[in-house]
Structure formats: C-alpha cells, structure tokens
Ligand binder design. Structure first.
Ligand code: EPZ
Length: 419
C-alpha cells in the first residue's frame, strides 16, 4: 500500500499538461464492442480505471496492443464471453457501459450489477428502463443483469433524471438499433459529446450533440476508426484549484476552456486572475487569499459534482463564509470529516455544507475514501501548515495520471511512499 506525504505551504507555479479524459476514455473503449474492426485510440490516460476497462474487455475476448506512440489499438470485434464479472465490475461501476453495446451487437449480455460506492447507491434503473423500451428482455437476479434482445428497435427515451452513463449506454445501443431513437433530457457533458464524435467516425448517424435531445438513426454496422480522446476537464480544474488554494500561478495546457466555463467562473469569483486561449488556461492568484464562493452542483453545463470536493478545500481557507450544495449524489461529502481534522470549519446540513473560512489548515494523517474526495485532501495538504499524509492512494490513481509527478513539476513538496 502507498501513501502520499505532503509538506504544505508552497505556492504552486509552472506549467502542466492535462491527460486524456477518464470519463471519455471509458465509454469510448466500450464502444469498441460495437465495431466490426479495431479502433486506434490516442491520448488515453494511464489510470487504474482504464486498466480495469481493458481487463474487462480482455475477459470478454477483446485484444489490444499498446503502440509505440502510446496509443492503444483495441479489437473487440469477436467477443467470446458476453459476461462482465462481479470481480471487476465491483471495482468500477462504469462497467455497466458494456450493456448497451453488447445488446446492440450480440443481442445478449450478463453483467454484474455495479452496486453502490462511497458516494452513493448509484442505481442503474434508467439504463435498464431505456433498453427495455428498445425491446430488450432484462432480468435481474443473484446480483446479475441478464439481458437479451431479438432486435433493438428505435423509440422515444425520456429520462426523468439527467444521467451521463445512462445517456451513453442508450446512445451506443441506438447506433445499431432498427430505425430512429430520440433521447430526451440527455446528458450534455463534454465526454458524451466526445463519445458521439467517435461513434460518428465509426459510421453512426447521430445529431444533437451539446443539447439535451439526441437523435440516432440505426445503421447495420459500425467500423473501427482512429480517435484522440478529449482532455480531462476535471483534472484541469483540480490543478487550477491547487494553484488558487496555495496562492500560486500556473498554466494548464492541452485543455479546452469552453469545457469548463462554470468552473472558470467560480475561480474568478474567488479572486483569481484567469487568462484563457484556445488550448490553455492560466490562473494567477497573486499570493492573495481566495474569497469564499457558494457552490451548487448540477448537470453540465452547470457546476460539475466532480469539482465539488476540490472547492470545499478552497472554501475551507477562503475569506468569508460559503455554502456548498450537492444535488447529484446523496453521499458525496466523505471529505468533510477529513478536512475538519485539518481545522476546517464545516457544518453538514442535509445536502449542504456551511463553510466558515479559516486562515490556515494544519497538516494531519488522512484517509482517502473516493476519487474526488481524495483530490480535495491533496489540495488541503498543499495549502496546510506542516506535514500531511494521505493513505489509500489507490483512490487517486483511478482518475489522476502521475499525480505526484505533476504536482512536483509545479513545485510541490509531495512524495509517494510505501507503508
Ligand atoms: C458519471 O457517473 C461520471 N462517471 C461521474 O464521475 C460523474 O460524477 C457523474 O457522471 C455525474 O456527472 C463516468 O462518466 C464514468 P449519473 P454516472 O448517472 O453516469 C442517478 C468521477 O469522479 N441515477 O450521471 O454514474 C445517480 O444516482 C465519477 O469521475 C439513477 O438514479 O452518474 C445520480 O444521483 C464519479 N439511476 C444521478 O442520477 C440511474 O440509472 C446522476 O448520476 C443512473 C443514475
């Protein structure tokens, strides 16, 4: 097991480059199940969730090759085992994204129910209801989803809730269904748009990207293609908050500012000086203490739930009081008790945390719980006086490529040690 050891109080400075988006890489890897020839994917991040995805696909009969230039060549055109096993699915709930493609291409799937995780029960009813509306027969027993379909028929899907992966699952299933499918109240996250661009290159007929209504005309087959994964806006946001919380000045390269307008707006509200151009964002805090900002998470293009924990760390040492309301997940405040142990003044009231900014946090021994909560503990450690250790670093490795290396490049005193 490893932990991170951080000596806080150093204002970050310098340049980093974001990696490819985790939440775009996963659905695009699973879309290879739809294709009858290989995909070549560039800019894929080296993350444990990506390794899990590749292991799951290999279990099902996919082959992949890591090319010299770092791109991954994946061939899922002849799956021999239409099953996603609990042993892997329990570690990554995005495995549910095998369901739509497997039903569309092979008309059969047996997938372990993902189960909940630290941030909530995370049901999959929207996925199952949508696929049943398209003609799938779905039975849930002994912790597995048994799905079959004579054929999938295009239809109207109206999501009561905006769901990123339910939109992606339905979208992928619809690409090979008979006729037209309209998805109303579709998720509009940039990662959904990235999946649409890749599916179009594979031959899919989809309109409505970046809106809440997607229209898909089913085709007979999809072929492999070459595609480069979009940059990770949540990774970029995490580093920008790290600069703001330490009073530093950094430039994040290889990022589309348009994919994170709500986060940039909130950073400006904290008093950060932000300059953007086509592929980079510069944040300069000019050694100022941040101003507290109120946060309310909701679906894209509004403030992303995946940035909530990071802003709570920022608000903990900001000037003034603030409220942070989480509207997407029912238990995404696992970072609150850990931040409080560092001296943060946080009070949980239902799905809102009331934060009274303190002038500084003190380093402590901490435990990571889920991906983004762990990121907020790293940010707090970078700003705190003294030494912070964070155990169970595997949570971070799910979504942040080379996290300590990138922070070291920005001048942080951070190292990964065995314990
Ligand atoms: C995706 O999860 C992301 N994961 C999450 O990122 C992200 O936090 C989330 O979208 C919201 O933006 C991937 O893309 C792989 P949802 P997803 O379905 O699709 C409820 C990270 O940190 N719901 O959009 O699982 C659900 O409980 C991860 O990178 C149902 O009720 O989230 C939640 O309250 C964490 N029934 C809400 O919808 C369903 O069938 C939105 O969840 C599906 C979802």
């Amino acid at each position: 097991m490893y932990k991170l050891v951080i000596q806080g109080g150093i204002p970050l400075s310098g340049n980093i480059k974001t990696s490819g988006s985790k939440n775009s890489t996963l659905p695009i890897f699973f879309s290879s199940i739809l294709a009858d020839s290989p995909l070549k994917l560039a800019n894929t991040p080296q993350l444990s969730d990506v390794s899990t995805t590749l292991r799951l696909l290999m279990d099902m009969g996919s082959n992949f090759v890591l090319e010299e230039d770092g791109s991954i060549f994946i061939d899922s055109s002849n799956l021999t085992n239409l099953r996603a096993d609990y042993s892997l699915v329990k570690t990554m709930r995005a495995s549910i994204l095998t369901l739509g493609p497997m039903l569309a291409k092979y008309k059969k799937a047996k997938i372990s129910l993902p189960g909940g995780c630290a941030i909530g029960t995370r049901p999959v009813n929207l996925h199952l209801d949508a696929l049943e509306k398209m003609g799938a027969k779905i039975e849930v027993r002994n912790g597995y989803i048994y799905a079959t379909a004579k054929e999938l028929i295009g239809t109207q899907i109206n999501f009561d809730l905006v769901s990123v992966t339910a939109t992606e699952n339905t979208l992928m299933a619809a690409t090979l269904a008979k006729g037209f499918t309209t998805i109303n109240n579709a998720a509009q996250e940039p990662e959904v748009t990235d999946l649409i661009y890749c599916l179009r290159k594979m031959g899919a007929k989809i309109t409505g990207e970046n809106t809440s209504t997607l229209i898909i005309e089913g085709v007979d087959r999809l072929s492999g293609t070459e595609y480069s994964i979009c940059p990770d806006r949540i990774e970029a946001g995490t580093y920008l908050v790290a600069a703001a919380i330490t009073g530093g000045s950094i430039t994040v390269n290889n990022i589309e500012p348009d994919s994170m307008r709500s986060v940039i707006g909130k950073l400006i509200e904290t008093g950060a000086d932000i300059q953007t151009n086509k592929n980079s964002i510069k944040l300069d805090m000019k050694s100022r203490r941040p101003q507290a900002v109120n946060i309310r998470t909701s679906a894209y293009p509004n403030f992303p739930t995946d940035m909530q924990a990071q802003f709570m760390a920022l608000n903990s040492i900001a000037e003034g009081n603030s409220t942070i309301t989480e509207t997407i997940f029912e238990n995404r405040f696992m970072h609150v008790p850990e931040l409080s142990r560092m001296g943060a003044n946080l009070k949980l009231e239902g799905n809102t945390v009331v934060c009274k900014g303190v002038t500084s946090l003190t380093g402590a021994n901490l435990m990571a719980t889920d991906l983004r909560a762990s990121a907020s503990l790293v940010l707090a450690g970078l700003a705190a006086k003294g030494l912070t250790t964070i155990e169970r670093v595997y949570h971070l490795d799910r979504g942040y490529e080379m996290i300590e290396e990138k922070f070291k490049m920005l001048g942080a005193d951070i190292k990964r040690v065995q314990h």
